[in-house]
Design a binder for this molecule. Structure first.
Ligand SMILES: [Fe+2]
Ligand SMILES: [Fe+2]
Length: 358
């Protein structure tokens, strides 16, 4: 145990070591759960599918994929100014998100070992993949003379507790949305190679297949617990998590449209595409999906983005904190009420059958 843990968000003066960015409601989070409940979970009703996915994990298709090759030999001095700032931020946020997956899966594998061998093995193999993803992103940061201190991050971040059921909804969706985010960027750059400003995007095709398989593993775990998917409570929670994941991504990405523009992408169009695809994927598992074709859906989210922009303007104003908080309250309230409106847009019942998704 380190007795002198540095305060949160401290700026480290060791050259090239980047302290984690300041936490906000939209920062990637670290999770923990009820390991006892997870260990006692009986997954035998869907054991065959879980074993089939584990067998695929063991094939380890990406064993040799995350190897830095001579594509990375270039100098990245051409990425400068604001573009460099948003680019490094993208690498940092992605690395933090991947690392957060690694920590959760590794801890689950460790705690479930010998008690729930199927889940323990699945989590262990997924943590292998996430460690590779995080490590590859961290090496990319070193191309920009920065590196995330992952040990510090592990100790200094707050961990959000979710019951296993909520870990399943949230993590299933974040794996699937991760898949659609990576593949959408990859396909865009395949069509527009001149926009590939940095080689990491060339690795996104095989990379996103890992995320897709992880999502499938979570889907298989949830299918072994039909109570997570088949009643009114399940439908309400699925709607909640779909909206939470979609709106968080949308509000984040619109604030970072400069990054997407540097890849020749329009952040709004990109997000709409990713949300529609993820919603359709979720319809193959969840009993309900959101009506993202309803014109009110993105209109309300666009209203929220105006308020998040106003909030970040207040944060950067240099005013005293109390005044800042007071000025932020009406914007936070407005976002809250718009999210409630969005929650009550009539959902589409799918009962886990994707072909019913519009
Ligand atoms: Fe990953
Ligand atoms: Fe993953």
């Amino acid at each position: 145990m380190v007795a002198t843990k540095p305060p949160k968000n401290q700026v480290d003066d060791r050259s090239g070591i980047k302290s984690p960015s300041k936490d906000t409601i939209l920062t990637p989070r670290f999770y923990t759960t009820d390991f006892e409940e997870m260990a006692n979970m009986d997954v035998s009703s869907n054991e065959e599918e879980l074993q089939a996915i584990i067998a695929e994990f063991k094939e380890d298709y990406n064993r040799h994929h995350f190897v830095r090759n001579d594509q990375f030999d270039g100098a990245w001095d051409h990425i400068q100014g604001e573009k460099r700032k948003v680019f490094v931020e993208f690498l940092e946020r992605s690395c933090t998100a991947e690392f957060s997956g690694f920590l959760l899966y590794k801890e689950l594998a460790r705690k479930l070992k010998g008690r729930n061998p199927i889940l323990a093995e699945g989590f262990d193999l997924m943590s292998r993949d996430e460690a590779r993803h995080a490590g590859f992103l961290n090496k990319a940061m070193s191309d920009f003379d920065l590196q995330l201190d992952l040990g510090f991050l592990t100790q200094s971040k707050d961990y959000t507790f979710f019951k296993p059921k909520f870990i399943f909804y949230a993590t299933y969706l974040s794996e699937k949305i991760g898949y659609w985010r990576y593949i959408t960027i990859f396909r865009h750059l395949e069509q527009n190679p001149e926009d590939t400003i940095y080689p990491i995007f060339n690795f996104f095709d095989n990379w996103c297949q890992d995320e897709n398989r992880h999502g499938d593993f979570f889907a298989a775990m949830m299918k072994s617990q039909p109570q997570f998917l088949n009643d009114l409570k399940a439908r309400l929670w699925c709607r909640f998590f779909l909206l939470a994941v979609f709106s968080t991504m949308y509000l984040n990405d619109i604030q970072r449209k400069a990054f997407y523009a540097s890849l020749g992408l329009d952040a709004r169009e990109y997000d709409i595409e990713v949300i529609k695809k993820t919603n359709a994927s979720a319809g193959r598992l969840f009993p309900v999906v959101l009506d993202v074709e309803n014109p009110k859906f993105f209109a309300e989210l666009d209203e929220c983005t105006k308020h998040t922009a106003a909030i970040s303007e207040i944060s950067n104003s240099g005013q005293n904190k109390v005044l800042q908080t007071l000025r932020k309250i009406p914007h936070i309230t407005a976002i809250g009420s718009k999210l409630i409106n969005l929650y009550f847009i009539k959902a589409i019942r799918t009962d886990g059958k994707a072909e019913m998704v519009r």
